[in-house]
Write a protein that binds this ligand. Structure first.
Ligand code: ZN
Length: 198
């Protein structure tokens, strides 16, 4: 199995996150900044604004159109969750692509990123891409067989607030399998950077 860093160029100008009241599992998250918080409820988005394309929200939530729904559910059954309409809370035909595992830390061979203002407790957030420089992920080993995995490292800055809805969590990047690449490869604005292992 080969793995690829998934990059999605098309972006909606809205997001979801803790502000919509969704629940998060904080059991593996940093107690200072919240990095590693795992969303357990479906995200809520304005369905009328969604288009027939693969796109990310401002918080890198990956939105899969109804056209690809069956293929994703069949080939990567653990890696999707129905999106709810933010107005009606009804289930939509769009899916969110979600990771089934979190990878270990990437190795020192990884290039194409910088770190700044990281949480001093976990140093897990505060990763940033470098404009026009591809991020080339490298791992010593990758666990098992999966279709969508989250990087351990989080991109952006996290903050955990007493009023949870004001919290903001830096986002993981997604590493996907050959199977997911096959589903998405013909979609505009979707790119795959090979991940090196070993
Ligand atoms: Zn932290």
């Amino acid at each position: 199995m080969n793995y690829f860093l998934l990059t999605i160029r098309k972006q909606y100008d809205f997001d979801c996150g803790p502000k919509d009241g969704g629940r998060y599992d904080l059991s593996h998250a940093c107690s200072v900044c919240g990095s590693g918080a795992l969303r357990i409820d479906p995200i809520k988005l304005p369905i009328v604004s969604l288009k027939d394309m693969i796109a990310i929200t401002l918080k890198h939530e990956v939105v899969v159109p109804a056209r690809l729904r069956d293929e994703v559910k069949t080939l990567a059954p653990l890696c999707s969750r129905t999106i709810l309409d933010s107005k009606s809370s009804q289930a939509a035909s769009f899916l969110e692509l979600i990771p089934e595992i979190t990878l270990p830390s990437f190795s020192q061979k990884t290039t194409g990123y910088i770190t700044e203002r990281q949480c001093p407790a976990c140093k897990r957030d505060g990763h940033f891409n470098i404009p026009h420089v591809p991020l080339k992920l490298s791992y010593k080993i990758i666990p098992g067989d999966f279709d969508v995995a989250a990087t351990y490292e989080r991109f952006g800055l996290s903050r955990l607030r007493p009023d949870f809805k004001e919290s903001n969590f830096a986002v993981p990047l997604y590493v996907v399998s050959d199977r997911v690449r096959a589903i998405f490869s013909a979609e505009p604005g979707v790119e795959f950077e090979p991940v090196s292992i070993g």
